[in-house]
Design a protein around this ligand. Sequence first.
Ligand code: XMP
Length: 525
Amino acid sequence: MSSASPAAAPDTVLVVDFGAQYAQLIARRVREARIYSEIVPSTMPVAEMLARNPKGIILSGGPSSVYAEDAPAIDRALFEAGVPVFGMCYGFQIMATTLGGTVDDNGAREYGRTPLKVTRSGSTLFEGTPDDQSVWMSHGDACSAAPEGFTVTASTDVVPVAAFENDEKKLYGVQYHPEVMHSTHGQQVLEHFLYRGAGIEPTWTTGNVIEEQVALIREQVGDKRAICGLSGGVDSAVAAALVQKAIGDQLTCVYVDHGLMRKGETEQVEKDFVAATGARLVVVDAEKRFLDALAGVSDPETKRKIIGREFIRVFEQAQLEIMQEEGPDVAFLVQGTLYPDVVESGGGTGTANIKSHHNVGGLPDDIEFELVEPLRQLFKDEVRMVGQELGLPDEIVQRQPFPGPGLGIRIVGEVTKDRLDLLREADAIAREELSAAGLDREIWQCPVVLLADVRSVGVQGDGRTYGHPIVLRPVSSEDAMTADWTRMPYDVLAKISTRITNEVADVNRVVLDVTSKPPGTIEWE
Ligand code: XMP
């Protein structure tokens, strides 16, 4: 790309959020169909939705009954604007009632997997799908009569109108949740709406995202300079790589080595990231500073506060040094904010500023940076795809979640250099064996924890030992909000246990954490 003007906005589908957690999943499914989607609250005026020039609108499910007093409504104008609309679950019912159909509480509750009978197999939504399919239901009220002009296209044993469409007006609806995996032909039905109903071409790809963002970043930053803090995680690495692609050496990356990283991770940033992107990187070796600050501290909250505080101090000092070297043109701070964070903090598309305070002479006390957030529109899996396309190594792009305070919160007890080294070894063994067994995708993350304040008796070689236990905490999860312990193969556990007790001095016991979240958190701290 040589032009500095932004690429044309992609065809967009708006997902109207009626309050449950389905909207994000729907938006992801639309993007899986290679069409760009954005989530908007159901309280947004219809005129504002239409002003975004959507090529289609999806009404999500939600927790309310359409007849509840405080049930979110939708302006009829939405259905009269000529924009194709697809209602799902609550969205289906609100569409039915708004357009004159009947929804009532006839006792026809359905939750979970439900058989669906397609009654119009050639319909826009169901063409090419089987007459009998399994769908995911979650409703109390049910639609008993479709609005005038609509054709009923499917039913269930208890719900006469489980799907309808008005092809002429481009309005479609299903009582169930096509976005969840349990609806066996859900994605196909969604794609039928997008491609056949709304007539949108599937042209949105991560390649487009890169092109679009590169143009936007160039426009935003101009000939000024930017700083990006790298944490070793996926998001900051991909954000930095995108900005690097756009503005090259106008970007300086800063990596604070706090000494709490896992084995090999600092090298990944120092060598592999730089090799893949050509980015200018400043590494601040702050291990001693962090360990001094953590000396004698066992309380987890205090540890977190100390690590957070030291991190900001070290990062700001590095910022200042860069500014002193490069002059006042350093006006931008790159951050790896993702779309779920944007949605959860109330949406918004504007650019924010961030104030940086410090007490070092030579520059004003308050410096205001404008934020560059090139991942604001993306979900995590899309960020990984962008990273891959930008040539970042798999070790960075496919990295499992790792807490900012690092191994500092995986040592229960005081954090010391010796204990960190010990934990790093044990953690490296566990990671190596999990990868060798092909479990990286199945396991969301596997914290390895050192119980530094616990000792127990063991026997190793000819002697009695009094060593520390290591805890393995493999969890399966969708989003880390809830998690279950992973039922991983005994032989892999056995291998990890044998290797850790043989190879890591002062560890004579390996235990498996079999607690789900809740009640247990993923990290021990
Ligand atoms: P918990 O322990 O609360 O962890 O079940 C949920 C998820 O968050 C990660 N985690 C953090 N990530 N900074 C981070 O960037 C942190 O301070 C932090 N603490 C926990 C944890 O690894 C898990 O994925």
